[in-house]
Design a protein. Structure first.
Length: 178
């Protein structure tokens, strides 16, 4: 059975309670259950991991290299997690970076992710539904055979900020706006 690994970084264990006007009221446990239900419909399983420590996240990635797909919400590690970046650069499965808030509508120091250029896609600004979008896309891409169709690439320029365009204002050349 294919496995989707969901990794959440610093401060994300407090989802639902921490800054609900920015991050929403859905807890990490609720997001995990939602993804497990979605995945089960498609014959997948979901393993979830959260840590406030970059090294523990890297240990998890190294121990779980056999998974079929990965969702990563790195939290603030998106800005300075260079060791995490190295681990993700070498990660064999397709992965999507997720952020609950629209990072480009917030403080300027949040506008650049050092991880995004390595990701198969970035989803930001859709709250907890961003995880569902990421899981749906990864399951669609990988399917049950574990292979990604090359014609459905979403690159870092396809960061969805709610209007279908990334921070550069352009959509991916691989995606239509239908």
């Amino acid at each position: 059975m294919p496995t989707l690994l969901m990794i959440n970084g610093p401060n994300l264990a407090r989802l639902g309670a921490r800054k609900p006007t920015i991050y929403g009221t859905t807890t990490l446990q609720e997001i995990t259950r939602q993804l497990q239900s979605l995945a089960a419909v498609h014959g997948w399983t979901v393993d979830a991991f959260q840590s406030n420590h970059e090294g523990q996240i890297i240990d998890c990635l190294e121990a779980r290299r056999e998974v079929d797909a990965l969702i990563v919400n790195p939290g603030a590690l998106m800005m300075n997690g260079w060791a995490l970046r190295d681990a993700l650069e070498d990660f064999p499965a397709p992965w999507i970076e997720v952020h609950l808030s629209n990072i480009w509508s917030r403080e300027s120091f949040r506008h650049t992710s050092i991880l995004a250029p390595l990701a198969h896609g970035v989803i930001a600004g859709f709250g907890s539904h961003g995880y569902v979008l990421a899981a749906t896309e990864l399951i669609r891409r990988v399917g049950t055979a574990g292979s990604m169709p090359a014609a459905s690439v979403i690159d870092a320029d396809t960061v969805n900020d709610g209007v279908g365009a990334g921070p550069t204002g352009r959509t991916s050349p691989h995606e239509s706006n239908d």
